[in-house]
Design a protein around this ligand. Structure first.
Ligand code: SAM
Length: 208
């Protein structure tokens, strides 16, 4: 008869006695931690999330602040319908490397629901760098106060709304498994005021 089988836990690397040949985790907590890590990866870092489109419940409010004139990270099937949209990809225009100021057709709002990959900080930096009189930016990033890009974003943003429920993005079966924020950069007080009026029923609006 074979003796006890010792294996290393796939999460904490501690050695444990496996009751079954398929056992990978030493305790339920480690199994849960592994499950959460996989879920986080699939939501925040996989290109899958690039397919998620901003729902009307967000866009209707953005339009109360001003007309959406530019979507630099757009999708042909999205509801954003900005005057100018960039789609990226092999045949599209790279919305991250072009000048949003030069591409914006007149005055209004640049709307940015950025890809949640490693470049998210660069997209949000560009939001701050684009704002000028007549041109305001509204972004919809995941609310992740522990990340560096979030801290940098807070030092430039004019207003921030913590969406109190999980947003149900178009194409998602349920609410997102992460919280979201709507962020405004503007030079104009009346735009900031319209943002507060438009979003205060869906979350707390603060000046970071
Ligand atoms: C989260 S989706 C948002 C789509 C749309 N703007 C919306 O709000 O419904 C992000 C989009 O950015 C596009 N994208 C990714 N990298 C890009 C780039 N460098 N330039 C332009 N678009 C890009 C993806 O193809 C994807 O459609």
């Amino acid at each position: 008869m074979r003796g006890p089988r010792y294996v290393r836990c796939a999460t904490c690397r501690a050695r444990f006695t496996a009751a079954r040949s398929t056992a990978r985790y030493c305790k339920p907590y480690c199994r849960l931690a592994a499950h959460r890590k996989r879920a986080r990866r699939s939501v925040h870092f996989s290109s899958e999330n690039e397919r998620w489109r901003t729902p009307a419940v967000v866009l209707d409010r953005v339009r109360l602040v001003g007309p959406i004139i530019l979507d630099p990270c757009g999708a042909p099937d999205s509801l954003v319908r900005a005057t100018v949209e960039f789609y990226g990809g092999e045949i599209g225009v790279d919305g991250l490397s072009c000048s949003w100021r030069l591409e914006a057709p007149g005055e209004g709002i640049v709307f940015v629901n950025p890809p949640y990959g490693r470049n998210i900080g660069a997209w949000l930096e560009k939001c701050a760098a684009t704002v000028e009189p007549g041109l305001s930016v509204i972004a919809l990033p995941p609310a992740r106060p522990g990340s560096r890009w979030w801290q940098a974003m807070c030092s430039t943003a004019t207003r921030l709304c913590f969406w109190h429920q999980r947003i149900k993005f178009i194409g998602a079966k349920t609410g997102a498994p992460f919280p979201s924020a709507v962020v405004l950069w503007t030079r104009e007080d009346d735009v900031a005021e319209r943002f507060r009026e438009a979003f205060s029923d869906v979350g707390r609006v603060v000046a970071p």
